[in-house]
Design a protein around this ligand. Structure first.
Ligand SMILES: [Fe+2]
Ligand SMILES: [Fe+2]
Length: 165
């Protein structure tokens, strides 16, 4: 009986809490897919190309994260929510007034990645000792987000050094 772990009946309460956190993570990933699709298409100018290519690659990675969160929600006996339950939050990744405003995009990406990092750290904390499988999955995803943030911090640094940010 004890071997059932997080899937055991007596753990339904903590399981539901984890599922709720995973549902939020799922929406965060999907909104990031939308925002990165937007911001890998709109930018203009010679400085935009590196950002565009980087965000294009990230779209696939973030979609992969959403798929992993969805699968884990189901494994924990939860239901993946439908699109009517979606509420957007990434006000900072809306198109800038000028499509050459690459710094706006870079700052927005850093904010999105930071939000993901903070939420995933909470999931890692909540799953400690009760759900090592979810924890392991989220640790791997967290590393991806840390990598994304680090890359864009580097982009921002370049603009700062040149006095453009
Ligand atoms: Fe992600
Ligand atoms: Fe990311």
């Amino acid at each position: 009986m004890a071997t059932e772990g997080i899937l055991a009946d007596e753990n339904s309460g903590v399981r539901e809490q984890i599922v709720e956190m995973l549902q939020r993570a799922y929406w965060m990933e999907l909104e990031t897919v939308i925002s990165y699709l937007t911001n890998s298409t709109n930018p203009d100018g010679i400085r935009a190309q590196e950002i565009i290519e980087s965000l294009e690659a990230d779209i696939q990675e973030e979609l992969g994260h959403a798929q992993q969160f969805a699968a884990r929600i189901k494994e924990l006996y939860g239901v993946v929510p439908g699109s009517m339950e979606f509420t957007p939050e990434q006000s900072y990744l809306q198109p800038p007034e000028q499509q050459t405003d690459i710094v706006h995009v870079i700052r927005g990406v850093i904010e999105a990645e930071t939000g993901a990092i903070e939420h995933y750290e909470k999931i890692i904390e909540a799953t400690e000792e009760v759900d090592p499988v979810t924890q392991d999955m989220v640790i791997t995803i967290l590393r991806d987000e840390q990598g994304h943030r680090r890359l864009f911090e580097g982009f921002l640094r370049e603009f700062e050094v040149e006095g453009l940010a």
